[in-house]
Design a protein around this ligand. Structure first.
Ligand SMILES: NC(=O)NCCC(=O)O
Length: 383
């Protein structure tokens, strides 16, 4: 596969006429969304690279009894910014410096709620299975360096930031945690990743524990938000619980690679938005990360020093299934989407999944299914 395809949508644009493009967008994405005009950052950290910055508007119908509820969300995807052999502090600082440019860009463009990628201040080093120095990146959710770095930015831009980090608690238990810092720079709360992968190079159970925070929904000034961290996107009940607790927007900060999941990426968060009558925002990191020591992927292949290719492609889906194009597969970027949260109830009134989902029937069925003596309901043929 050609590693240089910058995005699925750029391929479509290059291959189709404008009139065809409109119809293809209707078929694939529901419709072609209106674009937002965006003020881009002047400063680029590296003259050879540029950011992919895109903005779109999701509209809802006018209502008689409710005002529109407009909120702007921002999604940031990025490569690491220093060599993985640099000191922990140097690696983290380099990411902070680069990502701050995109955070400020989000702020200048009126983003109300911003989400960063999974464990954003560090390389996704869990493929190595080495504890040192990677565990040193784990930090306090409440007042660690990353939370302290972001608090003033939240205040400056009047913006809520969802900051996924590797958390070390007071007992040295490590978690994969999303910290929610409100627009006053206060930690509103945190959510710890519920589902830990045991697939491919994602050896994450070596490093941190299964989350113990349930399915919290955070009431912010701009809307009720929740965070379904990466591997949770393969678990429909995880998505559903955030809906049951009243989420209006669910962020899915992720780290996943081309050969494992790129064909699933466009489906799962989008399907969750449709099934749960809320907006979903899926974010993936970018680039290939190189480590000092060889590791194997446990698949009989040669030991190697590079991660798979993180393919970016961050996107937002509305509850009616319409979605934005994805950000670049190759570049750092910021996706801004203006949402009208009234769309959630409008779609719910149209499709009514909250009324048709029949939760008590499934509670009863699952209560039986988890018993060790459960007999699966299979009707056998007599032949
Ligand atoms: N970070 C993480 O959970 N990745 C697992 C791979 C995937 O979910 O595609």
């Amino acid at each position: 596969m050609n590693r240089n395809i910058s995005s699925f949508e750029s391929l479509l644009r290059e291959s189709l006429k404008d009139s065809q493009l409109e119809e293809i967008y209707r078929i694939l994405y529901g419709k072609k969304l209106r674009t937002l005009s965006i003020t881009e950052p002047v400063y680029k950290p590296d003259p050879d690279s540029s950011f992919d910055i895109q903005g779109y508007v999701f509209e809802a119908k006018e209502e008689q009894l409710r005002h529109k509820r407009i909120v702007r969300v921002g999604l940031i995807q990025n490569k690491i910014a220093a060599d993985t052999t640099a000191s922990v502090e140097a690696q983290r600082e380099a990411i902070y410096r680069k990502v701050q440019i995109l955070i400020d860009c989000a702020g200048i463009n009126g983003v109300n709620i911003l989400c960063l990628q999974e464990v954003w201040p560090m390389p996704f080093a869990f493929c190595t299975r080495e504890k040192s120095p990677w565990c040193e990146f784990a930090e306090s959710a409440e007042d660690g360096p990353t939370t302290n770095f972001l608090k003033p930015l939240c205040q400056r831009h009047n913006m809520v930031i969802v900051s996924p980090i590797l958390e070390r608690d007071r007992n040295n238990v490590i978690w994969n945690t999303a910290v929610i810092i409100d627009n006053y720079g206060q930690v509103l709360g945190k959510h710890r990743k519920n589902h830990i992968p045991r697939v491919g190079d994602f050896n994450e159970s070596t490093y941190y524990m299964e989350g113990d925070t349930g399915h919290p929904v955070f009431e912010t000034e701009f809307g009720r938000i929740a965070v379904n961290i990466c591997f949770g996107r393969h678990h429909p009940l995880n998505w559903m619980m955030f809906a049951i607790n009243g989420a209006e927007i669910v962020f899915n900060p992720s780290a996943t690679v081309k050969d494992l999941s790129e064909h699933l990426w466009r489906i799962e968060a989008r399907n969750a938005a449709i099934a749960n009558h809320y907006f979903t925002c899926a974010i993936n990191r970018v680039g290939i990360e190189k480590y000092p020591h060889e590791f194997t992927s446990g698949d009989g292949q040669q030991a190697h020093t590079e991660s798979g290719q993180f393919y970016g492609s961050s996107y937002v889906t509305a509850p009616d299934g319409t979605r934005t194009p994805g950000l670049s597969r190759l570049k750092d970027g910021l996706l801004i989407a203006e949402l009208d949260l009234n769309l959630n109830r409008q779609v719910s009134d149209t499709w009514g999944f909250k009324m048709t989902q029949r939760l008590p029937m499934y509670v009863e069925a699952l209560t039986k299914a988890i018993q060790s003596n459960y007999e699966p309901q299979i009707i056998k043929s007599n032949h």
